[in-house]
Design a protein around this ligand. Structure first.
Ligand code: HAM
Length: 441
């Protein structure tokens, strides 16, 4: 094992410039989606009280929290998600805010997951919460904005796995299964351990309940209207579950009416590990990657649990790291490349160093990306290094030309160079800059 001075902590990563650039590009698109849908950003702390974060996160996630005592003796944790912090915020500082409230957050989260492909202990999410509406249009909006963001990142083949917690919980509640026990069952279903879930229920639920669940676990598919019909037939006689299916149908109908063109796969037995969900739930997948790119759903009681009064809400978090992996997997060899202007200002000797720095500043004021030569390299070495680093133009400053107020401008692509005045070079590069495109996805 190498020295701790030379490696990151297990599960933590360094993002090198290209990866960092890619991540920030996805973040930029996420911000753009927030702007387009009217979500305002809030910044909440990375460290919160353990009780807040643990309240409804679910057993599996709770075990994976980074928990510690701070120097003041408080039991705190690194946030494993944004939703609990947003619910705290809405139930305290934003109670008087008119509804709906649309909030966006982006940042790093921490879960002590087993490190593997796409599973990190520090990862990033773009998170959207729509608070105050219990209507299907709110859930449809969450699906729509998730779809828009994924499209913007260049992905095409993703699909939404959709279900409704109210169907399973509705049946279990009518059977008198206590909430703690329901949570245990949801955890098992989240891990696709359906037989184990049924085994637990054998002792406390009716044969009719077990039969209904067995039937539901088989109901899934892409033609959602057929799946909804089968779900309806399966839950007959369970009132709460039936209205949950109706609610899911209303949401999916809206996505069709709005021509969202969502690629949906409805799964009646789908559950998520987070315990606060009360309604429609979903996850996003791409073929060939069995980890979700995003997940979300409706949680109508969390804000109330934190003392905020009855406040329905729906939301989603998209995993930036995993979107990045999916994009890379679909475009092998692709890296975000700088397409814009990149200028090197190169003094030929000590005497004109100051002048080089002065001209660099002048160009930067015009918005041009300028690096100034700092390695004391000779012109030929500096030029070959510049082409290796994708510099588009080099401004060579020599004492002889400078005496006439001139410099040499070299176009690195066609290797042409000409002598121009300092004013001309500034105008020319400014002109090129405004016509050049920045890095894009
Ligand atoms: P989640 O499903 O726990 O939901 O996480 C959302 C997304 O975060 C996942 O789909 C995945 O892309 C990413 N993610 C989770 N864990 C890791 C990990 N260890 N490494 C890399 N990426 C990861 C939530 O967090 C809910 N708060 C979503 C929500 C918002 N529901 C309502 N509002």
């Amino acid at each position: 094992m190498s020295s701790p001075l030379r490696r990151t902590v297990r599960g933590m990563r360094d993002l090198l410039p290209e990866e960092a650039e890619h991540m920030r590009l996805i973040e930029m698109e996420a911000r753009e989606v927030a702007r387009l849908y009217g979500y305002r950003e809030v910044i909440t702390p990375l460290i919160e009280h353990y009780e807040l974060l643990a309240a409804k996160i679910g057993e599996e996630n709770r075990k994976r929290m980074y928990v510690f005592e701070d120097l003041g003796g408080r039991r705190v944790a690194l946030r494993p998600e944004f939703t609990a912090s947003i619910a705290r915020l809405v139930s305290t500082k934003m109670v008087a805010e008119p509804k709906p409230i649309r909030l966006f957050s982006v940042g790093s989260l921490y879960r002590y997951d087993e490190p593997q492909f796409g599973r990190y202990r520090e990862f990033w999410q773009a998170n959207y919460e729509l608070i105050g509406s219990s209507r299907p249009e709110a859930d449809a909006e969450i699906l729509s904005l998730s779809n828009d963001l994924l499209k913007k990142t260049g992905l095409e083949d993703y699909y939404f796995k959709v279900g409704h917690v109210g169907v399973l919980r509705g049946i279990l509640s009518e059977e008198g299964v206590k909430e703690a026990e329901q949570n245990r069952i949801m955890q098992l279903l989240d891990k696709k351990m359906q037989d184990e879930a049924l085994n637990i229920l054998k002792k406390q639920a009716s044969e009719r309940c077990l039969e209904t669940l067995r039937r539901l676990f088989k109901v899934s598919g892409r033609e959602w209207s057929r799946v909804i019909k089968e779900m309806n037939a399966s839950v007959e006689g369970y009132e709460e579950a039936s209205s949950a299916v109706e609610n899911l149908e209303a949401i999916l109908n809206l996505t069709s009416d709005a021509k969202m063109d969502l690629n949906v796969r409805v799964e009646a037995g789908f559950a998520r590990g987070l315990e606060y969900y009360t309604g429609m739930i979903f996850e996003v997948y791409v073929p060939g990657m069995d980890i979700a790119l995003g997940g979300g759903g409706r949680y109508d009681r969390l804000i109330e649990l934190f003392g905020g009064g009855p406040t329905p809400a729906s939301g989603v978090a998209l995993g930036i790291d995993r979107i990045m992996l999916a994009v890379k997997g679909r475009r092998p060899g692709w890296t975000p490349t700088w397409e814009g202007l990149r200028v090197l200002v190169l003094p030929v000797n000590e005497e004109v160093k100051g002048k080089a720095m002065e001209l660099s500043s002048r160009l930067r004021e015009k918005g041009v990306t300028v690096e100034v030569e700092v390695m004391g390299r000779r012109v030929s070495r500096a030029l070959s290094d510049a082409s290796r680093r994708r510099v588009t133009h080099v401004v060579i400053i020599g004492p002889k030309e400078l005496r006439e107020g001139k410099v040499v401008l070299r176009d690195m692509k066609n290797k042409e160079q000409r002598t121009v005045t300092v004013d001309e070079v500034a105008d020319m590069l400014e002109g090129l800059q405004s016509g050049s495109s920045r890095i894009s996805l």
